[in-house]
Design a binder for this molecule. Structure first.
Ligand code: AVJ
Length: 320
């Protein structure tokens, strides 16, 4: 109950700040309520959303190579997965590690306690031999918790295209922060969606089924329910746009007319001009030079790249 109230206050603060900006924006973590989690599951199942399948292929074909890298130090390790989500792809790795009698425990973190509970329950059934220790904290807090422990070797994972939700500046700060939580010899496996045919990327965020549209608009449904807002869902449209120069796939909600929206929890009336935007998400696509710069500035060494057969996606292994 207390946790819920704190979340509402956090949401209200974020919404108030974001909608006061010009141009307006809302943080993408607001997508992930119960409904948003479910819609994202559907996104991962649609053919246009390639990143999930690319990483799945990498894990399927290269799980033993990954395991050998993880166990090269010979000591047991704690596998800390930041933003674990539903962990369906990770399960493939976890199962393989167990099958090979690898000595490790699994520490999934996610801001959504809802998703973590589902993940834990599934893993208890699928992999009963696995030690699962969920951390329902934001990345920064989870990292602080883990960094305080100097007794265990840690291997961090930040998979999917999750790093893409940060701008390049934010991504560098995030990787620096992560590197700060790593001790000498610790490893980090991070997923990067690469720049590719712009039409492939555009289709992944503007699918013909309307699933990504529902994902974006659900943010307004959530504000209506949780903050007592009165967004008219028929008066906003999903507008995704990929810029092949910067690699930024940006999503917007566009106001279809001049309108006022009232938000009870923040005591605000927000005005929208016709065609005014709310920027809701960035999914940054990387090139190899940018990944190398990220590593160098964070004082991390690149150990190895794992690529899918189309080279759409890379899981990159870094060492401190
Ligand atoms: C969960 C951040 C990796 O940016 O590709 C998918 C979220 N948004 N379709 C991404 C998302 C629209 C996804 N990440």
């Amino acid at each position: 109950m207390v946790i819920l109230e704190k979340n509402i206050a956090q949401m209200a603060a974020a919404v108030m700040a974001g909608l006061a900006r010009k141009p307006k924006q809302l943080p993408s973590w607001l997508f992930y309520d119960e409904q948003g989690d479910a819609i994202f599951q559907s996104i991962m199942r649609m053919p246009e959303y390639y990143p999930t399948r690319c990483e799945y292929e990498i894990f399927q074909r290269q799980k033993e190579a990954i395991r050998q890298q993880f166990t090269v130090a010979g000591t047991p390790f704690r596998l800390v997965e930041l933003g674990a989500g539903d962990g369906l792809k990770t399960e493939l790795l976890l199962k393989h590690f167990l099958d090979q009698h690898t000595d490790f425990s699994y520490w999934p973190t996610d801001i959504s306690p809802n998703v973590l509970a589902i993940l834990q329950e599934r893993l208890e059934h699928a992999l009963p031999a696995l030690s699962v220790n969920p951390i329902a904290q934001r990345h920064e807090d989870a990292l602080r918790t883990v960094a305080a422990d100097r007794e265990h070797r840690h291997i961090f994972m930040f998979l999917g295209a999750n790093i893409g939700n940060y701008s390049l500046l934010e991504a560098q700060a995030f990787v620096n922060n992560l590197a700060g939580a790593m001790h000498a010899g610790d490893l980090l496996l991070m997923g990067f969606d690469l720049k590719k045919d712009p039409r492939v990327i555009q289709a992944a965020y503007d699918d013909p089924h309307g699933i990504t549209r529902a994902f974006n608009l659900n943010l307004l449904t959530r504000l209506n329910r949780d903050l007592g807002a009165d967004f008219d869902l028929d008066a906003f449209e999903h507008a995704p746009y990929y810029d092949p120069e910067t690699g930024a796939a940006k999503s917007y909600l566009v106001s279809l007319r001049h309108q006022d929206v009232h938000i009870e929890a923040t005591h605000q009336t927000i005005h929208f001009d016709a065609w005014e935007t709310i920027h809701t998400e960035v999914s940054l696509k990387y090139d190899l030079a940018t990944i190398e710069t990220l590593a160098r500035k964070a004082n991390l060494e690149i150990v190895r790249h794992f690529a899918d057969s189309k080279d759409y996606f890379r899981d990159v292994l870094f060492r401190k």
